[in-house]
Design a protein around this ligand. Structure first.
Ligand code: 5GP
Ligand code: MG
Length: 200
């Protein structure tokens, strides 16, 4: 089962994994590079077959979706347009529930099929707000969602995702695009965030 493979993967450490200093570090590795890349092969195959012959625009949610998008897009053996949106709803390790759009320019997706890529589905607030805004203000032929990670939590909004890389437990994770206060995004794997040890 996927979760067993995830637990098995926590073998190696990366020199950057404690680079947060006062911002803590990585407690354990949840998904290593090879597990992520193997899953991306599968996701890409599924997306290519579902969108064969269609005009697809992949809209990546920044900054967290950056690594995921870069690795997934290179596996898509079909013509795609790329676009980006930047939002945030997190402060530290918890969601504020208020989703802020940093770039007001919305992607030009009229008459196109849209696949939204995000790093992680947690409360669902971000995807809910983005879907609502895109549906109201643009005219795509369809919108689907693809997340690398889906947390096992009750969601504030009725959102599933059409494509999911991994289902993970309810822990705060960093790496592979995901941050804690802007640290750890450049780790090549996904790990569970560990608080810094407080010295008296
Ligand atoms: P939601 O709106 O679904 O609660 O959360 C979506 C966003 O919150 C994600 O795109 C991500 O940026 C951030 N987020 C949620 N859970 C985590 C987590 O475990 N780690 C990190 N680094 N960010 C998270
Ligand atoms: Mg995000």
């Amino acid at each position: 089962m996927e979760m067993e493979r995830i637990a098995e993967s926590g073998k190696t450490r990366h020199p950057l994994s404690s680079a947060g200093g006062r911002c803590g570090g990585v407690g354990r590795i949840l998904l290593d590079e090879s597990i992520i890349h193997t899953r991306l092969d599968g996701l890409a195959g599924q997306i290519c077959s579902d969108y064969a012959g269609l005009d697809l625009t992949v809209v990546t949610i920044l900054k967290g979706g950056l690594m995921f998008a870069a690795d997934l897009l290179r596996r898509l053996d079909m013509p795609v347009h790329l676009d980006f949106l930047s939002v945030s709803s997190y402060q530290g390790t918890s969601s504020t529930g208020d989703v802020l759009f940093h770039h007001t320019r919305l992607p030009h997706v009229n008459g196109r099929h849209v696949l939204l890529l995000d790093d992680i589905l947690d409360s669902g607030c971000s995807l809910h707000a983005i879907l609502h805004t895109l549906r109201q203000k643009t005219h795509p032929l369809s919108i689907k969602t693809c997340v690398l990670l889906r947390k096992d939590v009750p969601r504030r909004h009725q959102i599933t995702a059409d494509y999911v890389g991994f289902d993970i437990p309810n822990e705060f994770v960093v790496g592979y695009g995901l941050d804690y206060k802007e640290h750890f995004r450049n780790l090549p794997y996904i790990g569970v965030y560990k608080e810094p040890v407080r010295r008296p």
